[in-house]
Design a protein around this ligand. Structure first.
Ligand code: ADP
Ligand code: MG
Length: 398
């Protein structure tokens, strides 16, 4: 789960991470009030969406206008710029062409920037450790820095037993070219950041830019933060920060039925039980020359309700041209699954080819139920047969 910049900054500040003062606003009037409370002389109006590149982004219908992050010098300008942003759709490098609607803005005090640096913390699967990445190339996308000048990125894996130690933090500070009191400020920042990251079960934090101010303080000017969904149950306050309008509606719906659904770009919808089988099913669809429209694991207890919900979610994707159901009936019996598939197919008035491969307990009875349903369901005998049939059926229907 991801959160907005202002939410990340509020959370991080509680751990002692230095951030500029600011306040969120849902209307131009609220923005005006926040600006007055902050006092000037410089304010920054920042669109809050779950995507980076806002500064260089442009609003739909005003492609030659200003971006999603604007530095202004009066309360009136704070108000008018907030008014322009709220309700408008911001398109950035990270949103895709459709962009994202801005529902709130963050009003922040203007910062006297001396240097822009880069910092992120993430869980590195290779080392199984929280890893700190830092670079002198702040403000740029780190992927671009990694491509063009990888030597400008330093990476330090932190041993979970010791946690972040002073020497780790100093090594990072020196690599960033900090001096004197800046080093002290950076060390405090990094120690607080690591504690926030681990205490909150974060999956990643990206501070781009991390800035050195004219006064020599090291502060987070931007903050992007994501959390481990599996740990959210123990962070109710973080879970409450979820902004459902930022999430994929189909993935949200799937969550309600405890379906593991991830939308992909292909045309063949997959409904499978078990993550491993779902991966294998996606692979074999590719092998037969097509692309999966989704990953969907209905789990071990595929009841009729869940199968129906899964069908609806798959069909809500306009790219789906065919569905492949691949279910292993172990604890679940194949006849029960077949009944669920038939009922669901009737309920959603299926309009694309459907291939079903069942295997396991009562498989013959299951196949009989599919055949007797009167629905245009194609049965398959094994995984390869199923993939071949659905790819062929979609090609013929096109
Ligand atoms: P994004 O990465 O989505 O473009 P940022 O929060 O990084 O958004 O802002 C873009 C740029 O705007 C920053 O690199 C910085 O130069 C400037 N900026 C952001 N916040 C402030 C601030 N409080 N004071 C001064 N400049 C800012
Ligand atoms: Mg940024």
């Amino acid at each position: 789960m991801n959160i907005h910049e202002y939410q990340a900054k509020q959370l991080l500040a509680k751990f002692g991470v230095a951030v500029p003062r600011g306040g969120v606003a849902y209307t131009p009037e609220e923005a005006e009030k926040v600006a007055n409370d902050l006092g000037g002389p410089v304010w920054v109006v920042k669109s809050q969406i779950h995507a980076g590149g806002r500064g260089a982004g442009r609003f739909k219908g005003n492609e030659n206008g200003a971006g999603g992050v604007r530095v202004v010098k009066s309360v009136d300008e704070v108000k008018s710029n907030a008014g322009e942003m709220i309700g408008s759709v911001l398109v950035t490098k990270q949103t895709g062409a459709e962009g994202k609607e801005v529902s709130r803005v963050y009003i922040e005090e203007g910062c006297d920037i001396k240097r822009e640096l880069y910092l992120s913390l993430l869980v590195d699967r290779d080392t199984s450790r929280v890893t700190v990445m830092a670079s002198t190339e702040g403000g740029m996308e780190i992927e671009e820095v990694a491509e063009a000048t990888p030597e400008k990125i330093i990476t330090i894996a932190i041993d979970p037993v010791t946690g972040m130690q002073g020497f780790h933090a100093r090594r990072i500070a020196f690599a960033l070219g900090l001096e004197g009191d800046q080093v002290k400020s950076a060390v405090k920042f990094l120690m607080a950041m690591y504690k926030a990251f681990t205490d909150l079960d974060a999956a990643m934090v990206e501070v781009n830019p991390l800035v050195v101010t004219g006064a020599g303080d090291v502060i987070a000017l931007d903050a992007k933060m994501g959390f481990d969904d599996n740990a959210l149950f123990r962070h109710k306050d973080v879970a409450e920060l979820r902004d459902e309008t930022e999430e994929d509606p189909a993935e949200l719906e799937a969550g309600k039925y405890e379906l593991n659904y991830v939308k992909l770009d292909g045309s063949i919808g997959c409904m499978v039980n078990g993550a491993g089988l779902a991966m294998a099913t996606m692979d074999i669809i590719k092998l037969y020359g097509s692309e999966p429209a989704n990953f969907l694991d209905v789990g071990g207890s595929a009841t009729k309700e869940r199968v129906t919900a899964a069908f609806k979610i798959i069909l809500s994707d306009p790219n789906v041209e065919g569905i492949l159901v691949n279910i292993f009936g172990g604890i679940m019996r194949c006849d029960v699954i077949a009944e669920g598939v038939v009922a669901a197919a009737k309920e959603v008035s299926l309009h694309v080819p459907l291939v079903v491969r069942l295997e396991g307990t009562n498989v013959d009875l299951g196949k009989q139920i599919l055949a007797d349903s009167g629905l245009p369901i194609t049965s398959a005998d094994n995984l390869a047969d199923a993939a071949e049939k659905i790819v062929k059926a979609v090609k013929e229907a096109a």
